[in-house]
Design a protein around this ligand. Structure first.
Ligand SMILES: Cc1cc2nc3c(=O)[nH]c(=O)nc-3n(C[C@H](O)[C@H](O)[C@H](O)COP(=O)(O)O)c2cc1C
Length: 178
């Protein structure tokens, strides 16, 4: 079988980001595309350069803190050759418990990757979420830089959010490739 062009790479402390990653991959499969899934702690970073599209998942911990496996390699991300790569980010957080830091780590990951000049797709509306502040917000509070998933407070919305986001990614990637 041909190697996938999409890799989904996650970090996690209590597995939510992994489970959501598998759901995202399943949704891509329904659109006819295979996704390779990796835990960031198990791979050589150079692997990221082998795919034309990366879906990167990160949870936020401890009041805006970065999941530790991502934090360990954060400073190396800027050195990767990703200028021809399309990147979509997703984050796990708890908007009611940590509303001043909701999915902050997604914003951190975006900032770490910006120097690579990769193309980012998959911005997500903040409508339907209740939070005070997020490092992952762009255009004031209208959009997150990627998909926000809240398994603690809005787990019932997760599946439909994933479905809608993957369809959006599919369309946005086609535009980038054209
Ligand atoms: C002690 C603790 C601190 C947390 N801090 C944050 C935070 O600052 N911002 C946020 O959005 N979510 C925060 N969360 C929620 C987690 O990000 C959320 O439970 C997530 O689903 C965990 O993902 P994981 O299972 O992949 O590690 C925190 C949860 C706990 C228990």
């Amino acid at each position: 079988m041909a190697k996938s062009t999409i890799a989904l790479i996650y970090g996690t402390d209590t597995n939510n980001t992994e489970e959501v990653g598998h759901k995202i991959a399943k949704q891509w499969e329904e659109l006819g595309e295979q996704v390779d899934i990796f835990n960031i702690k198990d791979i050589e970073l150079g692997l990221l350069e082998e795919y034309s599209m990366l879906i990167l998942g990160i949870p936020t911990w401890d009041f805006g803190g970065i999941q530790s496996d991502w934090e360990d390699i954060g400073d190396s991300l800027a050195e990767l050759a990703l200028e021809d790569t399309v990147i979509a980010l997703y984050g796990l957080g708890d908007q009611f418990g940590y509303g001043d830091y909701f999915i902050d780590a997604v914003g951190w990951l975006y900032e770490k990757l910006l120097p690579t000049n990769a193309t980012f797709i998959g911005q997500w509306s903040t409508e339907g979420y209740e939070f005070e502040a997020s490092r992952a917000c762009i255009e004031s509070k209208k959009f997150f830089i990627g998909l926000a998933i809240d398994e603690d407070q809005q787990f019932e919305l997760t599946d439909q959010r994933i479905e809608q986001w993957v369809i959006q990614l599919y369309a946005e990637r086609a535009v980038e490739a054209a």
